[in-house]
Structures are given as C-alpha cells and as structure tokens.
Ligand binder design. Sequence first.
Ligand SMILES: CC(C)(COP(=O)(O)OP(=O)(O)OC[C@H]1O[C@@H](n2cnc3c(N)ncnc32)[C@H](O)[C@@H]1OP(=O)(O)O)[C@@H](O)C(=O)NCCC(=O)NCCS
Length: 198
Amino acid sequence: MAVPTVAAMFAHPITEETTGPEAAELRPLEPWQAAEFQEHVRRAVGHFEPWLPWAAPVAADLAEAEAFLRKYATGQAEDIRRIYGIWLGGRLAGGLLFRRFEVAAGVCEIGVWLEPEAGGRGLVTKAARVLIDWALRVRGLSRVEWQTVPGNVASQAVAKRLGMTLDGTLRSAFPYRGTRHDVQVWSLLRDEFPEQGL
Ligand SMILES: CC(C)(COP(=O)(O)OP(=O)(O)OC[C@H]1O[C@@H](n2cnc3c(N)ncnc32)[C@H](O)[C@@H]1OP(=O)(O)O)[C@@H](O)C(=O)NCCC(=O)NCCS
C-alpha cells in the first residue's frame, strides 16, 4: 500500500490555495525544528531585530534557537505560553506566539513576525484570527492583548485590522538597545468578538 507523503501532521490552512507557492499554513513550531527556525530568522534578522529582542540571539546561535522553542514547548505543557509557525509554499516564513497565556486571569498576549517577502498577503492577520478565536471561544479567555512600540506602524496596522482598541501607552516601559521605549497596549475583549469570528 502506498504511504502518502505527509508534510505536517497538524496544519491549519490560512489561504484558499492548499498547494503551491501561495499556500500558507499555520503549524506548531517545536524544538526539533530549531535549525529551520534559525535559518528563517537569519533570512530576515534585520527586519525583526529592531522590534523583537529574541531575533538577534536566535539568528546568531542554534542553541539559542532551540532554547527559545523549548521555553515555549514547556510553556505549552504548563498552559502559559504557545508558539506557532507560518509556512508559505512549504517554507517557514513567520510565526505567532502567545507570549503570555493566563487562564486564571482570562488574559493572553499575542506577538507576531513575518519575513518581508511573505508580507502584504494578510497572512499574519489571518493567522492571528485563528489564535484569537481559539483563545476567546475555545479556551474562554476574556481579553487578548497586543503590545508594540509607537514606532512600529506595521504592527499597529495588524492590531487595527484585528479590531483591537488602543487601551493606552506605558511610558518608558521597555529598555532595549540602550534606549527606553514607550509601549502601546492594544486589546480585544470577548464581547467585541463577533459570533462568526473576526
Ligand atoms: C508586523 C508584521 C508581522 C506585519 O506584517 P504584514 O505583512 O504587514 O501583516 P499581514 O500579514 O497582516 O499583511 C497585511 C498586509 O497584507 C494586505 N492584505 C492582503 N490581503 C489581506 C487580507 N485578506 N487580510 C488582511 N490584509 C491583507 C494588507 O492590506 C496589508 O498590506 P499593506 O502593508 O500594503 O497595507 C511585519 O511587519 C513584521 O514582521 N515586522 C517585524 C516584526 C514585528 O515588528 N513584530 C511585531 C512586534 S510588536
């Protein structure tokens, strides 16, 4: 009996195309994929590094890449963190994470990244909707947060597309690369989440 080729055991399509270079899937991203993750971050480290503190260490060191994914794997087991990749045309092109997943408080925070070549297709927005739907509807959380620095207009555009509201700005809350940055906090509440999804 012929055994079908399985590209991924668990994959959630986020485009209408399911094969070919424009087919995109959301999949778990696990420690065994550290080398693929590192290669992906390396390809776009200049794009990620201004906004994501983990990007440069991951790009520089495979052990950092594996440690980062392992932190999320143990976090998933503890139900406090999760990470997913976006594969476009079979290549890891971006990802999303629940940086915090606080079941008792009913609050989670989503973070995102995408190689520039995969941009402009709405992949992050579509994938974030899958995470939000799961957090609010399946897990019953009440609030999804999105944090960004005021200079990151691409990130703010995603938050707006997701229907989030800017709650406010934490002044001088984020020390990074020798400068203290303000942090915008955006959120979406369960009551604001339509029955049919976003
Ligand atoms: C933030 C980041 C992920 C946004 O990427 P992005 O490609 O702009 O986001 P999306 O995948 O949602 O795509 C949106 C674009 O696709 C377009 N688009 C096409 N079809 C779409 C659809 N069906 N739905 C939504 N947008 C769609 C939008 O118009 C938008 O294009 P524009 O930028 O020309 O206005 C990316 O800029 C990035 O990786 N930045 C570096 C890391 C970072 O800052 N992460 C966030 C830290 S807080």
